[in-house]
Design a protein around this ligand. Structure first.
Ligand code: ADP
Ligand code: MG
Length: 912
């Protein structure tokens, strides 16, 4: 590794200091201070720069514990520490260089090294530690190695490396075993002493590998057959491991020394075999320290110190894994590439490859270059963590004093200077040891299972014992109980026997006393017994007979019951049949009455139709020739008197009562049919009496009041009119409020036929002499005068007839002298209507009014009114023009006999 470090080789003390100071300022934790404590060498105790950094690490470590080594925390900055060690002149140098001064001058208190350029000029370099030729091995260990070893024990990786020209004391510094003099023990031995002093052999482990790297081949110094060990890098963590290397667990210093000796012997043998020197190869000692952290809660524990022992036992132990790598590098001197030392040019290149690669990496790191060619050699791959990685690295550069090797010395110094600029990020390798926790728990579990089994067994034995004991106790108690019972039983038996005996004795005594009396009684009793026996046998025979009788009766009863049951079922059957019959009958009756009413209706319709046919033409017949009415009519025509005969037959078959009852039927159609039938019957004089007697008149009057159906009103009024032809019936109609019912019906009527019927009925009533006053009093005349408003000639004819009837009765009463006052017709204002219609075109109207006027004129008291209302003219006309002779004569006679009329005629100048 050529220095080529012209850039860093400063000509002045000042310049070189400046450069170094810059480096110091860049490092935050760099404890090195040129002036801080000159009297106290910085490396002497734990406050030394490297140790100081170590304390700093310890403080910061809890913060980086969380995820253990795997966690990608930032780590703590830690620059590569570089110490320079000067070998004393050896015998040869003492002789050969006797006249020359050393090429280096050390200022350990200032941590400076002066390299003589020539007799008058030097370059000054500052290092972390400057170790003179007098520095003891112990001191070298303490300042250059101990902080790193302590770091490894705390869970950091560490590297201690010696660099320098062959023969300058690298192996002396690192590898001396100190067998001849323990004071000469080198760093490896001392490091292991410190490690073994710190670890606990039960829970911690120290594993060692020892290797040699020569011409890019990695050989196992603990197993010489293994001469091509591969390097495995874990891509995630960047950790380097050598799975093929022998790992020896170290438990004591002695075994370690033996291991080193063995390794050294193998190294020597290998080098002989390869025809090389150990100075051409790199020796690497790797110490893996795994320590369990005692008495410290993990930083992320959340139970605030209240953890139970259970929780504690379930917590995996925290382990720290530190790896110490001690590297005794090959000599840094330039290899003669001419092949003069027995190597070919290619071999020379290969021998130096790793070292020159290391130099390049350090240069790149020192200059913060983006690319660090770590992968260029096996050495740089192996030391990846030591430079620019996470390890704490301490480099000892060894120089000789001889001016003859000034060039190599300068190159070594420049290597050290550049290495000082390399900044590492120290990281704690701490993790939870789940495996050991699992092991521990397994052991604990085994113990518990065993303990449980033991207890279980003891428990079962105890149960068995208790069961046996209980069984014993139970059987003993049972025995005791049986004994006691037996005893008790015997005692009672004995008592019982004794009392029986006593009673028997007593009884015997009593028997003897009573013996004599008894004999007499016995005879008497024997007689009585014989008597009783006789009675008994008699009773028995009687009883037997009675029992036979009872049996007999019982069997009869059973028979009767049977026949009764039969009869009952028969009765039930018959009842059912009767009910069915009744049902059937009711149904049939209903149907019959329906049919009857329909038939009656048809008959009525037929009758009506027939009448109309008789009266007018066929045009008045409603419906076509095919209608049922027309059919009936045709049948009636065919059969002549058959229709009347059929109504009469019906009357016979159904009975008047039944027909009248239908007037109150719920079905409106039935009511209508019934009233038509009744009306039809009432038209026959022979039936009228029967209808009235059966209450038909009353029902018809009621229908006028209760029904709102105009057809019913019309037909009922017609029927009433027919019935009102009979004098007796007229009184009945009047006494049952007929006038008011008829006038109400008239006031609601819309059909002139209804009014005709009502007017006809009233007209009939008007003809009764006895009812004049009552009829007038109940509004009969007024009702007639209301009816005339309809104007229908048929109606007016009926009204006229009524008025004529009334006037005739009045005139009869006046003649007889039972009536004296003015006519009630005039009183009720009927005169104007009479006068008005006296000359009507309709002959029935004219005839009745003419008659009425004549009757009114019979009585002198009416004359004045008649004259004033213009009746005189009508009377004159009647006396001359009336086609009926009797009326004509009556009018004439009246005019001629009445003084008022004669005066009136005179006054009106009517020539009569
Ligand atoms: P290197 O390993 O660098 O090639 P060595 O350690 O083999 O050098 O040292 C070469 C010689 O110098 C050895 O004989 C060694 O005993 C001696 N030597 C080296 N350093 C010292 C020292 N500090 N004090 C006394 N002798 C030393
Ligand atoms: Mg050596």
């Amino acid at each position: 590794m050529a220095s080529g470090g012209g850039n860093n080789r400063n000509g002045t003390h000042r310049n070189s200091l400046k450069g170094t100071t810059t480096t110091s300022a860049a490092s935050t934790d760099k404890p090195l201070s040129v002036n801080s404590n000159p009297s106290k060498p910085a490396f002497k105790n734990k406050s030394s720069p490297l140790t100081g950094a170590s304390s700093g690490l310890r403080k910061s470590s809890p913060g980086s514990l969380g995820g253990g080594a795997a966690k990608d925390d930032a780590g703590v900055p830690g620059r590569v520490r570089v110490a320079v060690r000067l070998r004393p002149r050896n015998a040869e140098e003492s002789v050969a260089d006797a006249d020359f001064a050393d090429c280096v001058e050390l200022q350990p208190e200032l941590k400076r090294l002066k390299l003589r350029k020539n007799n008058w000029d030097t370059d000054t370099y500052e290092f972390d530690e400057v170790l003179t030729e007098f520095a003891s091995q112990k001191r070298v260990y303490e300042v250059a190695a101990k902080p790193v070893v302590e770091g490894v024990l705390d869970g950091y990786n560490g590297t201690i490396m010696a660099y320098g020209q062959t023969g300058t004391g690298k192996t002396y510094t690192l590898g001396r075993l100190g067998e001849e003099d323990t004071a000469n023990r080198g760093i490896m031995v001392r490091a292991m002493e410190d490690i073994l002093a710190e670890v606990s052999p039960e829970i911690d482990s120290v594993l060692v590998s020892y290797l040699q790297l020569y011409m890019e081949s990695l050989q196992d110094l603990l197993d010489p057959t293994n001469d091509n060990i591969s390097i495995v890098e874990e891509p995630k963590s960047g950790d380097v491991s050598l799975p093929g290397a022998t790992l020896v667990e170290i438990r004591d210093q002695q075994s370690f020394l033996e291991l080193l000796r063995l390794g050294e012997a193998h190294r020597h043998a290998a080098n002989t075999k390869l025809n090389t020197e150990s100075s051409r190869s790199h020796a690497l000692l790797m110490v893996h320290v795994k320590r369990t952290v005692k008495g410290r809660e993990p930083a992320h524990s959340s139970d605030n110190g209240n953890s139970t022992s259970m929780a504690r036992s379930l917590r995996p132990p925290l382990v720290r894994k530190g790896k110490l790598v001690v590297v005794d590098l090959a000599g840094s001197e330039r290899i003669d590439k001419s092949g003069s030392d027995g190597h070919t040019r290619e071999e020379a290149k290969s021998i130096n490859l790793s070292l020159s690669a290391l130099g390049k990496c350090i240069n790149a790191l020192a200059e913060n270059s983006a690319h660090v060619p770590v992968r260029d050699s096996k050495l740089t791959r192996l030391l990846r963590d030591s430079f620019g990685g996470t390890a704490r690295t301490s480099l000892v550069i060894t120089v000789g004093p001889s001016p003859r090797h000034r060039g190599e010395t300068a190159s070594t110094i420049m290597f050290g200077q550049r290495a000082m600029k390399v900044e590492n990020m120290l990281k704690l390798k701490e993790e939870f040891d789940y495996k050991s926790l699992a092991r521990r728990l397994d052991i604990q579990l085994d113990k518990l299972i065993m303990e449980h089994e033991r207890k279980q067994k003891a428990f079962e034995v105890e149960i068995e014992r208790i069961t046996a004991e209980a069984q014993n106790r139970i059987s003993e108690a049972e025995r005791n109980y049986a004994d006691a019972v037996e005893k008790e039983r015997l005692k009672y038996q004995k008592d019982y026997m004794e009392s029986i005996k006593k009673l028997e004795e007593k009884w015997m005594m009593n028997q003897q006393n009573q013996g004599n009396e008894r004999k007499e009684q016995m005879v008497h009793i024997a007689e009585e017994v014989a008597e009783v026996k006789k009675l008994l046998s008699k009773e028995t025979s009687l009883r037997k007979a009675a029992e036979e009788e009872v049996d007999n009766l019982k069997s009869q009863l059973a028979q009767l019951k049977m026949s009764e049951a039969l009869a009952n079922s028969e009765i039930l059957k018959l009842q059912k049949m009767v009910e069915d019959e009744v049902c059937q009958k009711e149904k049939l009756e209903g149907e019959i009455s329906m049919l009857q009413s329909q038939l009656l209706h048809l008959s009525f319709e037929a009758d009506e139709t027939r009448k109309r046919l008789d009266r007018g033409g066929p045009g008045k017949v409603p419906g076509g020739l095919d209608s049922p009415v027309s059919q009936v009519r045709s049948q009636l025509k065919d059969s002549g008197n058959g229709e009347k005969a059929s109504v009469a037959k019906l009357f016979e078959q159904v009975g008047l009562q039944k027909i009248l009852s239908l007037l109150e039927a719920e079905d409106a159609d039935v009511r209508i049919h019934a009233v038509k039938v009744v009306a039809n019957l009432a038209a026959e004089e022979t039936n009228q009496q029967k209808i009235v007697e059966a209450g038909g008149l009353k029902s018809l009057l009621m229908l006028l009041g209760s029904s709102e159906d105009e057809t019913i009103h019309r037909v009922a009024a017609g029927a009433i009119a027919n019935l009102a032809m009979n004098e007796k019936n007229q009184e009945l109609i009047m006494s049952q409020g007929g006038i008011s019912l008829l006038s109400t019906t008239a006031s609601h009527a819309k059909d002139p036929q209804t009014l005709r019927m009502v007017a006809g009925a009233i007209a009939n009533l008007c003809g009764n002499d006895k009812l004049q006053t009552k009829l007038r009093g109940e509004g009969g005349i007024k009702a007639l005068l209301e009816i005339v408003k309809c104007g229908h000639p048929d109606v007016l004819a009926q009204v006229a007839r009524g008025i004529a009837n009334f006037a005739k009765c009045e005139s009869r009463a006046s003649t007889q002298g039972s009536k004296t006052g003015r006519s009630l017709l005039i009183e009720d204002g009927a005169l104007p209507w009479i006068v008005q219609n006296a000359n009507s075109d309709a002959s029935p109207i004219r005839r009745h009014t003419e008659l009425a006027l004549c009757h009114l004129a019979q009585h002198e008291v009416n004359a004045k009114d008649m004259i004033s209302e213009g009746a005189l003219w009508e009377l004159v006309r009647i006396s001359q023009d009336c086609p009926r002779e009797d009326i004509r004569t009556l009018a004439h006679r009246t005019l001629a006999s009445s003084p008022d009329f004669i005066a009136g005629l005179k006054r009106l100048r009517i020539d009569y």
